[in-house]
Design a protein around this ligand. Structure first.
Ligand SMILES: NC(=O)c1ccc[n+]([C@@H]2O[C@H](COP(=O)([O-])OP(=O)(O)OC[C@H]3O[C@@H](n4cnc5c(N)ncnc54)[C@H](OP(=O)(O)O)[C@@H]3O)[C@@H](O)[C@H]2O)c1
Length: 304
């Protein structure tokens, strides 16, 4: 039984303080994020995903500040360690964890994740300080991120020697990023009881329908999705129709619901309360099996 079991969706906080990709400070700031946080809580969302790298620690600091104002709320806080290639000892993870706890102003986090597999030190070696952190009470559950099927299984085996389950693998998964359906990760997660946490579940905004080849997003997101914006439009048109058949659900809500129907736990980011409130509308209803199958089929060329 994982603490993640009680969640169908969480909140991503990469944009909380990040200037490089999300342009924090231009069009949204801390007051908007506070309203976003309050909207999440009002909708019953208490799972927040952050990372030491987001905004160079600012995401954790802002989240910590907001949580401090709601001491009665049972938050589930997930953060991540960024394994730089020049690290020579895996024990450095414990120092970084303690720095994250300080920024979050928490005695422990619910989920500590390795942000990506760093090949210079073995997965087994990285799981040692993770296990130690659990034993010391600094971390409740252990997760990985961007791990392949075999890397995920190696992490699970290494943690298993300490009697600790691998709680999750956080990977990019959405209607415009279907790779996890074709490389065995989603299937293995479902089989092994490892929760697939779906990051960038809205295709970084592409599935909202507001971006087109003529109106692409500003900044580096252009690079990630620009060549696909044309193809995305056809999918978005169908999401609109399906949403209408469900009493006026939006493209984003349908896209998030599809992930939930596929067994994933989406953690959409939101920059303001209106986006957060819209995303909450993904909960409390389900696409039909026929619709899920149709969307599987219509998005299967997004093989990244
Ligand atoms: N583990 C990893 O390597 C990794 C990598 C990436 C992300 N993540 C995690 O996953 C979370 C979510 O991913 P993400 O933030 O990359 O992408 P996302 O959730 O797919 O997209 C979020 C962006 O879409 C737009 N948006 C959100 N809701 C909207 C709405 N209702 N209507 C219109 N636009 C809306 C906003 O940007 P605009 O308004 O600017 O369009 C928002 O910042 C992150 O915050 C982070 O916690 C993890």
């Amino acid at each position: 039984m994982s603490g993640l079991d009680r969640f169908e969706m969480g909140v991503g906080t990469w944009a909380w303080g990040d200037k490089g990709v999300w342009a924090y400070g231009e069009g949204y700031g801390e007051a908007d994020l506070k309203a976003t946080f309050d909207a999440a809580l009002a909708g019953g969302l208490t799972l927040f995903d952050t990372a030491e790298i987001y905004g160079d620690g600012l995401s954790e600091t802002i989240l910590g500040r907001f949580m401090n104002e709601k001491p009665e709320t049972p938050f589930y806080v997930a953060t991540k360690f960024w394994p730089n290639p020049w690290y020579t000892k895996t024990s450095i993870l414990l120092d970084h964890l303690k720095a994250s706890l300080k920024r979050l102003d928490l005695p422990r986090v619910d989920l500590y994740q390795i942000h990506f597999p760093m090949p210079f030190l073995s997965i087994k070696a990285w799981m040692e300080p993770m296990a130690q952190a659990v034993k010391e009470g600094l971390v409740k559950e252990v997760g990985v991120s961007n791990y392949s099927r075999s890397q995920m299984l190696r992490a699970q085996e290494a943690l298993g020697k300490h009697g600790i389950p691998l709680a999750s693998n956080q990977v990019q998964y959405s209607l415009v990023r279907r790779k996890m359906d074709f490389n065995g990760v989603r299937e293995e997660c479902l089989k092994s009881g490892i929760r697939l946490i779906a990051f960038s579940p809205l295709g970084m905004g592409m599935l909202s329908g507001k971006y087109t080849p003529q109106n692409p997003p500003k900044g580096p997101r252009r690079i990630f999705y620009f060549n696909q914006l044309g193809r995305v439009q056809k999918l978005v048109a169908r999401l609109k129709e399906i949403g209408e058949a469900h009493g006026g659900k939006t493209c984003n809500q349908v896209a998030l619901n599809w992930i939930i129907c596929r067994g994933g736990l989406p953690i959409p980011g939101a920059k303001n309360s209106a986006q957060m409130t819209e995303n909450l509308g993904a909960l409390g209803w389900r696409l039909t099996e026929t619709e899920v199958t149709e969307l599987d089929e219509k998005s299967k060329s997004f093989t990244w």
